[in-house]
Write a protein that binds this ligand. Structure first.
Ligand SMILES: *[C@@H]1O[C@H](CO)[C@@H](O)[C@H](O)[C@H]1NC(C)=O
Ligand SMILES: [Fe+2]
Length: 438
């Protein structure tokens, strides 16, 4: 390297570190997409999406303008031949002057594993198709949080559409409707091609809150539209739940609801984690919106309170991987616990790079913390393949590159195969019981 270049680089470094003391500033906003969407008939299904709903069952959700459209789904294993019909439920909500369409939720099943089903909503065209996840490993997740509905989002969705995955996981911040209710509808239509074909498992972010003191409860739109299997997993709130797919147990937690030791979420989580059978589900994954390990300027230490309460519990339970969003960038941490490298802690990944209108979070704290393995502010998505009971393959795919290109990747070996779990059982017991007996 030439001397001048070195000088130039160090000058740049001085400038960036001088700037680094300042507050995080978001890049300029990006325009939201236009959607010239018009359903053919008022009873035509819109915003169709599917989610896992307990063993061998899936929930089909859609919206109609027609308030008398029936909540029923017909389905079968070949196109046009629907041997099964199921009746479900519907809901709707008002938000200030906005009135939602009729929101239908129908649970279908029992379904065969790893099978394509053809289905229609309310007897109306078009016929959709979905694929159920496999019964056993391997199983692949695609992951992207903080989606929004911009050209960047479209690019992320196009990339996800090119990969071969079984379940999409979204760690919060879906539509960026931010009180403008019709943006929930346009978001539903934007994601329909993907979300009607594979289960979308979501948890809430700050943009789902839409709380107006004394006037509107939080999460009204989110809960009505994105109903997750909370009842199926013994939870009393749509804001946290769990599901199992192939050999993976996933807890979807709520960063924006109570998580203290005496909260319903904490109690439910203890119960859920103590039921996990690592013979049946060797992999244990947790997902929530606000990251605990984040070296970006954006949302620095926002997750501290939740981390203080829940990190020991997740650690004791032997969670393998934690997936978060919120920070609009990508960061992969090594196995870590209590701020330090720990071979028995989870791998933390921030994947809030779905492409919403707020743009990227470019600025990082230097030096890069010891636990941080890779960080970059680019839009993209993650793919997580659980290959077998001991090995999983993680890759990150930047939107700027062709989908098959892996911009970052890592093999992750399970805690079960590392011997970390044996001593942990006793520790978990202590964590679970100690706070109760004091
Ligand atoms: C699991 O997959 C990894 C990676 O492909 C392989 O090296 C390992 O032998 C496999 N283990 C078993 C038990 O099949
Ligand atoms: Fe967020």
């Amino acid at each position: 390297m030439g001397q001048e270049l070195k000088l130039l680089l160090s000058a740049c470094l001085v400038i960036t570190s001088a700037v680094a003391g300042a507050e995080y500033v978001r890049p300029p906003p990006r325009r939201t997409l236009d959607f010239p969407w018009s359903p053919r008939r008022p009873s035509s299904p819109q915003q169709v999406h599917v989610s896992l709903a307990g063993k061998k069952h899936m929930r089909i959700s859609w919206v109609t303008d027609d308030k008398s459209a029936p909540s029923h789904v017909t389905y079968g294993k070949s196109p046009g031949r629907h041997d099964f019909a199921v009746e479900g439920l519907s809901t709707s909500y008002s938000y200030l002057l906005y009135k939602s369409g009729k929101i239908h939720h129908v649970v279908i099943g029992p379904l065969e594993y790893d099978m394509v089903y053809f289905y229609k909503c309310g007897g109306e065209d078009p016929e959709f198709q979905l694929k159920t996840p496999p019964a056993e490993l391997p199983v692949t997740f695609s992951i992207a949080g903080d989606l929004g509905q911009t050209g960047w989002t479209k690019s992320t969705l196009d990339h996800i559409n090119k990969c071969d995955y079984d379940v999409h996981l979204l760690p919060g911040d879906l539509a960026y409707a931010d009180y403008m209710q019709h943006w929930w509808d346009t978001f539903g239509n934007l994601v329909q091609p993907l979300a009607s074909a594979r289960p979308w498992m979501v948890t809430e972010g700050n943009h789902e809150q839409e709380f107006i003191p004394l006037v509107m409860d939080g999460f009204v739109s989110y809960n009505a539209r994105w109903k997750m299997p909370y009842k199926e997993s013994g939870s009393s709130s749509n804001l946290y739940y769990s599901f199992e797919v192939a050999g993976v147990h996933v807890v979807m937690l709520g960063s924006y609801t109570d998580f203290d030791m005496y909260s319903n979420q904490y109690r439910w989580l203890m119960k859920d984690l103590s039921k996990v059978n690592r013979q049946k589900t060797p992999w244990l994954v947790a997902s929530f919106h606000v990251p605990w390990y984040n070296s970006n300027f954006a949302h620095q230490r926002e997750g501290e309170e939740m981390m203080a309460t829940l990190e020991p519990l997740l650690y004791a339970a032997g969670v393998d991987i934690v997936l978060a969003g919120h920070v609009h960038a990508y960061e992969r941490a090594k196995r870590v616990y209590n701020g330090k490298l720990d071979p028995c802690g989870p791998v933390h990944i921030t994947i809030g790079d779905g492409g919403n209108r707020e743009g990227l979070a470019h600025r990082y704290h230097d030096p890069q913390p010891e636990w941080s393995a890779f960080r970059e502010a680019s839009f993209g998505h993650g793919e997580l393949e659980f290959v077998n009971s001991s090995h999983a393959f993680w890759s990150w795919h930047r939107n700027d590159d062709d989908e098959p290109m892996r911009s970052d990747h890592a093999w992750i070996s399970s805690l079960g195969s590392s011997g970390c779990l044996a001593g942990k059982r006793r520790e978990l017991w202590k964590v679970l019981v100690a706070p109760r007996s004091t």
